[in-house]
Ligand binder design. Structure first.
Ligand SMILES: NC(=O)c1ccc[n+]([C@@H]2O[C@H](COP(=O)([O-])OP(=O)(O)OC[C@H]3O[C@@H](n4cnc5c(N)ncnc54)[C@H](OP(=O)(O)O)[C@@H]3O)[C@@H](O)[C@H]2O)c1
Length: 231
């Protein structure tokens, strides 16, 4: 059965995708910075042998390489890499805190690049797939939105990656969510109350769908909004 690595899989969209893939019989590695949150996720799915949890920062090159190496050591192969870890500072270019931006930019932009780089040799062997979790904010401009700028970078990274690996039999999918009900919107200034959202499970179904396409089929861009989304 396939082996899938998901960064930021201890909650929200990543956790929902991991659950669905475990149900399909995949072996799954999930990462996150907070070890307790990872452990709670493992407990919630019954700590199966097909789950590997690794605490680490998706923006740290050594940690990302270690995660790929540990996945290969534990499961023997890597078929899918899902660059999902990310967050928003929910502030604006004119009055936000640049210190918060550094970590957001490194997680949202450097993180996916590090995962692609580290996973590529194994994905070439498996002729596997890469999924990048972007955002509607990476397709539609919003005034002063620095988070959106990181997701525009993810949109660009997805197509640049696709063009890089066309000769390697690797699929590349950008999944760009609109508003999803997760911890993402917890901070003050997050998604407006009353705004339409889809569930993490509903969004994760698109990731799983992209990962389970027949060999030779490459789904490139999915924008997944709640019905009624204003933008
Ligand atoms: N929810 C939405 O409305 C929405 C909309 C568009 C796009 N997205 C994107 O969807 C992705 C998943 O977010 P979510 O909504 O599922 O939010 P979430 O519930 O907060 O989950 C984020 C996950 O990423 C992990 N994470 C964050 N920074 C990390 C880092 N530097 N290294 C490793 N793990 C990290 C978190 O664990 P730790 O905090 O323990 O590290 C957590 O497991 C993000 O890329 C986000 O930008 C979300």
């Amino acid at each position: 059965m396939p082996v899938t690595l998901i960064t930021g899989g201890s909650s929200g969209i990543g956790a929902a995708a991991a659950r669905q893939l475990l149900d399909l019989g995949h072996s799954v590695t999930v990462t996150g910075r907070n070890a307790d949150r990872l452990d709670s996720f493992a407990a919630s799915v019954g700590r199966p042998a097909e789950l590997l949890t690794i605490a680490g920062d998706a923006s740290n090159p050594a940690a990302v390489q270690d995660t790929v190496d540990a996945t290969l050591k534990t499961f023997g192969q890597l078929d899918n890499a899902v660059a999902n870890a990310g967050f928003a500072t929910h502030d604006s270019l004119d009055d936000g805190d640049p210190e918060g931006w550094r970590s957001m930019i490194l997680t949202n932009v450097l993180g996916p690049a590090l995962l692609i780089r580290a996973a590529l040799p194994a994905l070439k062997v498996s002729r596997g797939r890469i999924v990048l979790v972007g955002s509607v904010a990476g397709h539609v401009h919003t005034p002063g939105n620095i988070y959106g700028a990181t997701k525009f970078a993810v949109t660009g990274l997805a197509e640049n990656t696709r063009q890089m690996v066309t000769g390697d039999g690797i699929g590349v999918t950008l999944v760009s969510p609109g508003a999803v009900e997760t911890h993402f919107s917890d901070p003050v200034g997050g998604l407006a109350p009353g705004r339409e959202r889809i569930s993490a499970d509903q969004l994760a179904a698109s990731i799983v769908w992209a990962l389970t396409q027949p060999a030779g089929v490459d789904i490139n861009t999915l924008i997944v909004r709640p019905i009624g989304s204003p933008r």
